[in-house]
Structure formats: structure tokens, C-alpha cells
Write a protein that binds this ligand. Structure first.
Ligand SMILES: *[C@@H]1O[C@H](CO)[C@@H](O)[C@H](O)[C@H]1NC(C)=O
Ligand SMILES: *[C@@H]1O[C@H](CO)[C@@H](O)[C@H](O)[C@H]1NC(C)=O
Ligand SMILES: *[C@@H]1O[C@H](CO)[C@@H](O)[C@H](O)[C@H]1NC(C)=O
Ligand SMILES: *[C@@H]1O[C@H](CO)[C@@H](O)[C@H](O)[C@H]1NC(C)=O
Ligand SMILES: [Fe+2]
Length: 457
């Protein structure tokens, strides 16, 4: 071969190698967004701010919040707090405003946490509602009464369209406010909340005052549409130094969940069905290894999922199973080992988590072939696997998790450290439009758009 020919063929080789590299790149590697927020200090909203305003009248209901009250969306749990006296736990409701032809009697509870004494926390179940109907409801008495409304979901149906919002790690800073306001303009009908609510445990003396302010802060949304609660690490509040040795005490007093309707033994893990979705809520901070109650329950609940009726199978948890941020790296690993093979076997569509204060979406990958002796250590593309999405970017006082691992792992499709929320718009049994929206200083910017094709249909 002449020198020229040799040179030519090595050029060819190089050329093909470069083309090959480019292909590999477009097929396998994800995007690390270069967007940088212009300002992201995590500044708490002061307690005397209008965002936390207490209703004027004597002992008026405050911190009003609702959640689904049964398995299929025909019941709602209404919760609220009265501060100066037990007041009434009754809810009046009906299908037209000012005409409350139904009534339901709830119960009240209260708790102490170190030197903090809670108000009277009321929970009332409205049962036997009609699907797809707007209900008005009234709580409190006389001049202190307050009125709200909510819309029940359509009947369980594989093609029932429905839009969920996804919010995590919200807290109560100006960034939290921005996230909440953007979410409220998004058209979301129910929030899937992936844990870490008020961050009250971060304030002086572990003071429950910040639970109360958070309740008033989110009321603008959660009094009118259900938020589905997942517990995060900031809900644990295990404080032996303050003599508080039980776990999840404030969270469990304040937030009821319909766990009995899905045969769960704990309010911290449960399932609901809504429109065309079956939603499973897990607790990252309760026992989940083999033979524990949560493990038994999940095994049985997955068998109850009927994709002919609810094609969309969604799982919520706080600590992500896949996360390439340096913050909280691999904290979800033990739950991955416990449950990932089930998630793949049952073809879960998407798993939402929070905890890491940034946004990240994975490809469909699994690591179920790994065992401690096999040596197949890396996640591989897997069509049956869920997409893993971390939405821990609600905007709490701890700020953003800005350090992603230097090389973006193959499993990571998109990641960005900014605040925001997601929406999941279920169109019919085959298609869902998913979007992550960045809070860009006043504007809502749809940043990560994906169409999900259902994993069953
Ligand atoms: C709850 O309220 C009742 C009635 O006012 C009161 O007697 C009780 O001490 C309170 N319990 C706690 C734990 O604060
Ligand atoms: C809780 O904190 C708030 C604000 O810092 C303060 O006004 C209040 O007295 C505290 N209450 C308790 C019981 O420590
Ligand atoms: C571990 O993985 C290897 C390779 O996939 C497999 O052959 C082996 O049976 C696994 N070991 C156990 C105990 O499952
Ligand atoms: C489902 O929704 C998608 C997206 O809107 C649409 O393209 C598709 O035709 C729909 N399928 C059916 C069967 O209606
Ligand atoms: Fe967390």
C-alpha cells in the first residue's frame, strides 16, 4: 500500500470512528442543562407575611386541605385547624353554592411536640359523592364559617383524561411561592406530593408554628383540589433530645390518608385509583425489606392493579431509586434492591420521587440482573422498566442541589438544578403528555417535554 493510500484509509477509519461516537452519543447520552438561575437564595417568607395570614374571625377554620378519601375517588377527606377552641368538626356540602343539603360529622385531634401545642385538627370524611361533579363545602360556624369547593374525578375508566401535578420538597420560601403559583396556573387537577412538606423541623426548637404557617400557605390550592401525600425525611421528626421519640407525629396528626381503603395497615403507604391512574404511595422511611408490612402490602397491591381499568401505573416515594446528583446519592439503593424487580415485572409507567433538590428524568432502564456475585453492575436499557423522575425542586429553605456527578450516567436523560414542578396529562389509555416546568424568575418555562406511551396498552 502506498503512503497516500495508507493515510487515506486511516482517515476513513477515523472518520467512521467519529461518526460512530456521534451515534453512540445521540442514542445513549442525556442532557445536563446549562441553565443557571440568576438568583436562587432560599429566603423564608416571614411569619407575619400576608402569605400566611390567619383568617380574621374568631376561631375560624384555617389550613384547610383535602385529599382523596377512598380507593376510587368518590370520597374526600376535609381537614382544617381551629386555634382557640375545639369548634365544630362538621362539614356541610352540596352541589350548588349556598345550598348545603348534606352534612358529615368529623373528629378532632391535637398533639404536643416538646413545648409546642397544636390547635384542634379536624378531619371529616365526605363519602358517597358522585363522580365528575363540583361540590361546594362549608366549615366553621356563624361569622367564622368559610366556604370552598372541589371537583370529583371522572369514574374509573381506561380512557378518562386527567391531569396531575407533581410537587416535592416545597417548604415555605419565596421560591416555594413561585412554584405554587406556577402550578396553580398549569391546569393540574390533583397534586401528587412526593414528600418533605413544611420543613418545620428545620426551625428553632422544632417549632410547630411553621407547620401552621405552611398549612395556611398551601391552602390556596389544597382546599380546592386533593393533594396526595407521601412522607419524606422532614416528616420523621424523631427528636430524642426534645423527648420526642415517636416518628411522623406532626405529619400523621395533620394529614389523613385513605390507607384502609387499599387494605394498608399504615397511613404512610397506600394506593388510590383516580380516572385512568392507579397510584401507589410508598414510605422511604418505614421498613420495606422482605417480610415487613410494607413489603407484604406492596406485593398484594400490585396484584390488585387492573391495567384494563387503570392503564397508568404510577408510584410515588420520597428518596429516588435513580439519581445522579451528588446530593443524597444512592440513598434509595436499598429500596431499589427490594422493589425494582416488581416494578419491572408489573411494567410501572413512571416513578416520581423528591428529596434531591433538583430535577432529573431517566431513560427506561433496570438493574435487576445485578447481584453481589454476578458482576453485571450497570443499569441496562429495559423496555419494561419505569421512567424515574426526581422532582425535589419545590423550593425549600435548603436551596438547590447544584452538583451533578461529573459524567452524566447513561441512564440519565435530562437533569437540571432549578426550581419547578411537573404535570402529567393522561390523554387516553395509550398516551400521556409529561412536562417539567422551570420557575424562571416570574415566568413558567416548559423545559422537559416527553410523550409517554403506556407500558401495558
Ligand atoms: C387536646 O385538647 C384537649 C381539650 O381541650 C385538652 O384537654 C388536651 O390536653 C389536649 N391534648 C394535647 C395533647 O394537647
Ligand atoms: C415558635 O416560634 C415562633 C417564631 O419564631 C415564636 O413566636 C413562638 O413563640 C415559638 N413558640 C414556641 C412554643 O416555641
Ligand atoms: C447472580 O447472577 C448470576 C448472573 O446473572 C446468576 O447466574 C446467578 O444465579 C445469580 N445468583 C443468585 C444467587 O441468584
Ligand atoms: C390518544 O391520545 C393521543 C394524543 O392525544 C392521540 O394521538 C391518539 O389518537 C389517542 N388515541 C385514541 C385511541 O384516541
Ligand atoms: Fe428529603
Amino acid at each position: 500500500m502506498s503512503k497516500v493510500a495508507a493515510l487515506q484509509s486511516s482517515f476513513h477509519l477515523l472518520f467512521f470512528f467519529v461518526i460512530f461516537l456521534c451515534l453512540v452519543n445521540t442514542i445513549f447520552s442525556g442532557v445536563t442543562s446549562s441553565f443557571t438561575r440568576s438568583e436562587w437564595p432560599a429566603v423564608d417568607i416571614p411569619l407575619d407575611s400576608k402569605e400566611f395570614a390567619v383568617p380574621n374571625n374568631q376561631n375560624a377554620p384555617q389550613q384547610v386541605h383535602i385529599t382523596q378519601g377512598d380507593y376510587d375517588g368518590k370520597a374526600v377527606i376535609v381537614s382544617w385547624v381551629t386555634n382557640t377552641g375545639p369548634g365544630s368538626s362538621e362539614v356541610l356540602y352540596g352541589k350548588s353554592q349556598n345550598k348545603y343539603d348534606h352534612g358529615a360529622q368529623g373528629k378532632s385531634t391535637n398533639y404536643t411536640f416538646f413545648d409546642y401545642k397544636s390547635g384542634y385538627i379536624h378531619h371529616c370524611l365526605l363519602d358517597g359523592l358522585e363522580h365528575d361533579t363540583k361540590y361546594y363545602y362549608k366549615i366553621g360556624t356563624g361569622d367564622s364559617a368559610r366556604e370552598f369547593w372541589f371537583q370529583t374525578p371522572p369514574e374509573i375508566n381506561p380512557d378518562a383524561p386527567y391531569t396531575f401535578g407533581i410537587i416535592g420538597d416545597l417548604g415555605q420560601t419565596y421560591n416555594s411561592l413561585s412554584t405554587l403559583e406556577h402550578y396553580m396556573q398549569s391546569g393540574g387537577q390533583t397534586v401528587l406530593f412526593v414528600g418533605d412538606l413544611s420543613y418545620a423541623d428545620r426551625y428553632e426548637c422544632n417549632n410547630g408554628t411553621r407547620w401552621d404557617s405552611w398549612g395556611r400557605f398551601v391552602e390556596r390550592s389544597v382546599a380546592y383540589q386533593p393533594w396526595i401525600w407521601t412522607a419524606g425525611n422532614h416528616e420523621i421528626e424523631y427528636r430524642p433530645d426534645l423527648g420526642e421519640v415517636s416518628t411522623f407525629k406532626p405529619f400523621l396528626h395533620r394529614h389523613a390518608t385513605p390507607y384502609e381503603a387499599s387494605q394498608s395497615s399504615s397511613p404512610l403507604w397506600y394506593a388510590i385509583r383516580r380516572a385512568s391512574a392507579h397510584i401507589i404511595v410508598l414510605s422511604s422511611y418505614s421498613p420495606f425489606v422482605v417480610y415487613t408490612p410494607q413489603w407484604h402490602w406492596l406485593r398484594d397491591e400490585l396484584k390488585r392493579v387492573d391495567r384494563e381499568k387503570t392503564p397508568w401505573l404510577i408510584v410515588l416515594m420520597h428518596a429516588p431509586l435513580y439519581n445522579s446528583n451528588e446530593g443524597h446519592y444512592m440513598e434509595g439503593e436499598s429500596m431499589r434492591v427490594a422493589f425494582e424487580s416488581w416494578f419491572v415485572h408489573y411494567k410501572v409507567d413512571v416513578i416520581f420521587a423528591g428529596h434531591v433538590h433538583a430535577y432529573e428524568r431517566s431513560y427506561r432502564i433496570s438493574n435487576i440482573n445485578y447481584n453481589i456475585t454476578s458482576g453485571s453492575r450497570y443499569p441496562v436499557p429495559d423496555k419494561s422498566a419505569p421512567v424515574y423522575i426526581t422532582v425535589g425542586d419545590g423550593g425549600n429553605q435548603e436551596g438547590l442541589a447544584v452538583r451533578f456527578s461529573e459524567v452524566q450516567p447513561d441512564y440519565s436523560a435530562f437533569r437540571e438544578a432549578s426550581y419547578g414542578h411537573s404535570t402529567l396529562e393522561l390523554k387516553n389509555r395509550t398516551h400521556a403528555f409529561y412536562r417539567w416546568n422551570r420557575n424562571d424568575d416570574g415566568k413558567q418555562v416548559p423545559t422537559d417535554n416527553v410523550i409517554f406511551h403506556n407500558q401495558y396498552w
